[in-house]
Design a protein around this ligand. Sequence first.
Ligand code: NAP
Length: 320
Amino acid sequence: MRAAVQSRYGGPEAVTITDREVPQPGRGEVLLRVEAAAVDAGTVHLLEGRPSFIRLMMPLRGGRVIGGDVAGVVEAVGDGVHDLAVGDAVFGVAHGSGSLAERTVAAADRVVRRPDALTAAEAAALPISGSAAWRAVRAAGVSAGARVLVCGAGGGVGHLAVQIAKAEGAHVTAVCSAAKAHIAGEAGADAIVDYAAEDALARGPFDAILDAGGHRPVSAMRRALVPGGALVIIGSEPESAAMGGFGRSIGAGLINPFVGHRLIMLTSKEDRESLEALAALAESGAVRPVITRELPLEEAAEALRGLGRGRGAGKTVVRM
Ligand SMILES: NC(=O)c1ccc[n+]([C@@H]2O[C@H](COP(=O)([O-])OP(=O)(O)OC[C@H]3O[C@@H](n4cnc5c(N)ncnc54)[C@H](OP(=O)(O)O)[C@@H]3O)[C@@H](O)[C@H]2O)c1
């Protein structure tokens, strides 16, 4: 099978299209015929090995098929899998095996049935960014009528956070560059602020700030929160090669017990709970990823150009 493989750390040029053995599903796993996969800031982090601690946590041993997000059809099930069957159309993550390949293996509890409302490309665009957005909205405790600020609203996580906060009945102010205002608009933001022209924090106070871009100081964002309001740091980049954007998040965690706001460093994961929630939101029409680029597997390296360093626009999908 053909796969997009990284055999060294580097930029998009470190990715080559290579022939690989079709992986076999083990116990609790399913083999998928991949229809579409997606790439994001996390794919670039792993490709570049930045921040540096990633190289220790997830060492590159031989070639690694890149990508995690996947939508595909079950071709075989491993022992112990009873709730998925051959022929099921599913979406989720294949972190271990990698998703930019014609076939991949995923843990059966990391994929769920694909909602009819989504194409394969749209479903592939949801798992990682959508789970982060859904968990951020939940962590913030967003409810009907809440005033929510989403920073980085033109990016992969941010525009989905706009949609999910809107689904909760919030009034959402989106911050992005003028070039990405159409993405925040398509996501349904009530107000859109171009950060080059205006400081969106001055439009506060907000009940919650969901931060997926901009890397504003925590102190400045706290001043734009109501007492007891929540700041959820999803991520932003880069701070340093060693720490990425984590330095600010760790600082927020340290002061959190002593301040009158909830400062949350989001640690997302993609599991049945978040994937089922996203499927339900998609089925109801509340969530639909904005795909700005869709390329064939042969152009996997090209798909990665323009991603990372907080440059993403909506979602980038790779189709098989
Ligand atoms: N915590 C977790 O578990 C988790 C999970 C997923 C992702 N993340 C992290 O979350 C961050 C966002 O991920 P992503 O995939 O959405 O990245 P992305 O697609 O690159 O989006 C980031 C967005 O931030 C915008 N931005 C840059 N400077 C800004 C500013 N000053 N004000 C407002 N927006 C600004 C960028 O576009 P414009 O400047 O052109 O508007 C871009 O659209 C990344 O750091 C990623 O690693 C964390």
